[in-house]
Design a binder for this molecule. Structure first.
Ligand SMILES: [Zn+2]
Length: 562
């Protein structure tokens, strides 16, 4: 009798569990689930368990088939795979958060006010600021350090331009770093960078012909910055940790669940590892290593490296400087500086040796190339790897100014374009004055590049631009800034569609980092890394703010608006 009772109890339990369906952790239903696979089908429910997607499908099917610990009625909100920023700088942004914030300063005086306020609060031994942009000032001219020297005669001051490719130092820091002597004696510094001087003519007191004098302004561009960078101290690790987590929180609030970190030093890799070990950093990080000795040794020792959410299998190389500080290497001289065409910041010989290291260790090579000359040089250099490995996915970061005759090389050599649409709308006011009207057809040509390769990886280059992916969408699709300028769109024929832009931040970004089997679409078996957005995701011609309503990484809720 007892056995019969036992059997019937088991049968009842089984029946009940069948009725309840298979158990999962979370079901999101009444949603608009954008799977982002090739079918383009929209579903209305998704179930996931243990960090993986179990099924995506019609609402009734999912609710009948599974029982969940948590049900989320999404009230018809959009659900997407978590967005990836395919080119960002977590460490630069963290340092920016700890420095004097100079972003958006409308004048030199405004910078001074911010510096004094910051220093009276923090009393740092070095004053470091980030984010000035002379194109936002009335005279549009590069700054000089005269006023800094008056106000800060006995403390080092270093103010980075928004693009990180130029800095303004006061005389105290210049002397301390011995930058002038080093610049004179080291060809690497002056071949891949320059010091900005002002030519002025002193008054003719002896009635001879006055001789013009070159006075340094305190602005150093690209490699000329190196002696100063070498002596600049970093912020304490505890402060860096907090700032990195602040960056992560901001990204998650926008539904950005992954970043391709464009240039890590080895000690920065260690900082990330410690945060991951403490379970504080769930963000998916695809780390591009800078080609330092330590990093090359790391690659040779580890090959493809994966530690939980940190993936390393690529090198980031700086091919040239930036357009704003005239460091981008152009095929012709600058339209607003006739004796200058920019430069390579890494010699061709060195780039070839890095390409070899990448080939031997099966690492991806991701090269910063802004000017059309650098793009051409890299496309030619990359052709060799194509003959050995057609699916190499070696990337050009920015691909900002490309000679239209060279577009086809992206297809021919299988080179992955990695672009940042907000650069187009941020640079619209001055790009033409730098490169001239003739070169505009090859500038910020995201549609043309996408058509050549078949995909583009999309990012922001934060902190050069804001982290907000909706600004990226607005720039990419409407080719306007957040104020709606220009009304007809900047170089509008190069706009891409909303779907293409989101692919660039999801599945194509996953391809660009060899993670397409794990990320990028909401298909069964992939990571439950996804976001429910607060407002509909669209490409309205008027910019609208949007944020994540809830963000999941590998099934774990990492951000919620409530
Ligand atoms: Zn960058």
């Amino acid at each position: 009798m007892k056995t019969l009772l036992f059997i019937s109890l088991i049968a009842f339990a089984l029946l009940q569990s069948c009725m309840k369906g298979k158990s999962v952790d979370v079901i999101i239903h009444n949603a608009r689930v954008h799977v982002m696979d090739d079918s383009g089908i929209l579903q209305d429910a998704i179930a996931f368990k243990d960090g993986k997607i179990i099924e995506v499908g019609p609402e009734r099917q999912i609710l009948n088939k599974y029982s969940a610990d948590e049900y989320i009625d999404a009230s018809q909100k959009d659900v997407y795979p978590g967005f990836t920023d395919a080119h960002g700088h977590i460490f630069s942004y963290a340092r920016q958060k700890l420095s004097v914030n100079l972003v958006g300063c409308k004048s030199f005086n405004e910078m001074i006010v911010r510096i004094e306020k910051y220093q009276s609060k923090h009393n740092r031994k070095y004053i470091i600021g980030r984010g000035w942009d002379q194109s936002k000032w009335k005279n549009n001219e590069m700054p000089t350090n005269t006023k800094l020297n008056e106000l800060f005669p006995d403390i080092p001051v270093c103010l980075f331009r928004i693009d990180g490719h130029a800095l303004l130092a006061n005389d105290y820091l210049i002397k301390k770093s011995d930058v002038f002597n080093q610049f004179k004696n080291n060809s690497e510094l002056n071949e891949g960078g320059y010091i900005i001087s002002k030519t002025h003519t002193p008054p003719d007191i002896h009635s001879h012909l006055p001789i013009p004098v070159n006075t340094p302004t305190g602005v150093f561009v690209d490699n000329a910055m190196n002696p100063i960078l070498d002596i600049l101290p970093d912020f304490p690790e505890s402060e860096m940790n907090d700032a990195i987590l602040e960056v992560q929180d901001e990204l998650l609030s926008y539904g950005v669940t992954g970043v391709h970190e464009a240039g890590l030093k080895q000690f920065e890799v260690q900082i990330l590892e410690k945060l991951i070990e403490k379970n504080k950093l769930p963000l998916n990080i695809y780390g591009m290593l800078l080609p330092t000795k330590k990093n090359i040794a790391f690659a040779e020792k580890n090959g493809h490296y994966k530690n939980k959410n940190l993936n390393i299998r690529s090198f980031k190389v700086y091919g040239d400087g930036a357009l704003g500080s005239r460091g981008a290497f152009l095929k012709h001289t600058y339209a607003d500086k006739h004796d200058h065409s920019g430069y390579l910041t890494t010699s061709l010989e060195r780039m070839k040796s890095i390409a070899k290291i990448c080939e031997v260790n099966d690492y991806q090579m991701n090269t910063h190339a802004i000017g059309d000359s650098t793009n051409r040089i890299m496309l030619e250099l990359y052709q060799d790897i194509y003959s050995i490995k057609p699916d190499h996915r070696w990337r050009i970061e920015h691909a900002q100014i490309v000679d239209p005759n060279d577009f086809k090389l992206f297809a021919k050599a299988g080179v992955f374009p990695s672009v940042q649409p907000t650069h187009a709308t941020s640079d619209q006011g001055w790009a033409e004055s730098r490169i001239g009207t003739k070169k505009l057809p090859g500038a910020y040509a995201y549609n043309s590049l996408m058509k050549q390769f078949g995909m583009i990886a999309i990012g922001t280059d934060f902190p050069v631009e804001f982290t907000d992916p909706f600004l990226t969408i607005h720039s990419a699709v409407n080719r306007k800034n957040s104020d709606g300028i220009p009304s007809e769109g900047y170089l509008a024929s190069e706009s891409i569609t909303l779907e293409e832009c989101i692919k660039g931040m999801t599945i194509w970004a996953a391809f660009a980092s060899f993670q397409e089997n794990q990320l990028g679409t909401l298909e069964k078996g992939k990571d439950a890394t996804l976001v429910i957005f607060e407002r509909p995701v669209n490409s309205s011609p008027v910019f609208q703010n949007n944020f994540a309503y809830t963000t999941f990484i590998k099934g774990k809720k990492v951000y919620s608006i409530e």
